[in-house]
Design a protein around this ligand. Sequence first.
Ligand code: AVI
Length: 323
Amino acid sequence: MAASANVLSDPVTQFAADVHAGLCRKGQKELPSKYLYDPLGFALFEVITQLPEYGLTRADERLLRRHAKEMVKNVPGPTLVSELGSGSGRKTRWILGALCEREPVSYYPIELSRAALASCESQLGDIGCVSIVGVEREYVDGLREVAALRTDGARLLVLFLGSTIGNFDSGADARFLSEVRSVLTPGDSLLLGTDLLKPIERMLEAYDDPLGVTAAFNLNLLGRINRELDGNFDLRQFEHVARFNEATGSIEMHVRSKRRQVVNVRRGGFAATFAAGETVWTESSHKYTRQEIAKLAVSCGFRTEAQWVDDEWPFAENLLLAV
Ligand code: AVI
């Protein structure tokens, strides 16, 4: 239906529709985790990555810094590099730098936000032998464009770092990896960062830190609804909850209503009722085992070429080869 597709292509209208669907559904209320990242959410996430309790980002960077040379040795050249999400230049720099020791590199970060692409260019623009071309598209569409640019014999190395894959809904990780694989040809590779299962206490501390930064990151989603959709959430009447779901192997974030209340979302044209203690599920962060990743890779058309695991914070960098 072209008419409604046009209306929904407006991001505010899409946001209102998703909030309406998530808050007015029967059973567990939920909001898509992608909406955690407005400018304030991005800034809060940056702070999370520096918290002593949240070791994920430091582990990711440590592995790339320590093993980048070995990683690229496993990737035959000449190589085009594309990153899903423009990421933090801090991490990507190690891979680009290692590749540069053998050849000039073309790097294509893919990101929906123009601001993020600009910041990526300014962070990595100083590496002499790298030419950066930002691709402002959805991940798989962007990757298709990049794949079409390669010349005979060139390989594609795709980076998907930071365990963003863990934030996909259950089953969506496999669907996404299969889609990525469908764009690649045998011999291309995917460097996939995944957070690993660890003792529950350690995981809970990381998602419910004593400074309350993760709580602010989570509650900001309600603040965003107030700002962009003219909502009237009283943020003090909701609290942050982090829990481990044993059945799915994921940390879940929820916001919990402290009392019975009705909230109006005026630009969405609806009101939502919350019972005392009722939660809205805002994010899942799946924690993998090494074996689970290898199995997932095979089921999506990859072979696990190598895995590097951090010795301070269980996190794996997985080099997957398209077969
Ligand atoms: C972006 N992503 C990998 C983070 C995670 O750990 O799942 C998002 C996050 N949510 C709360 N803290 C960090």
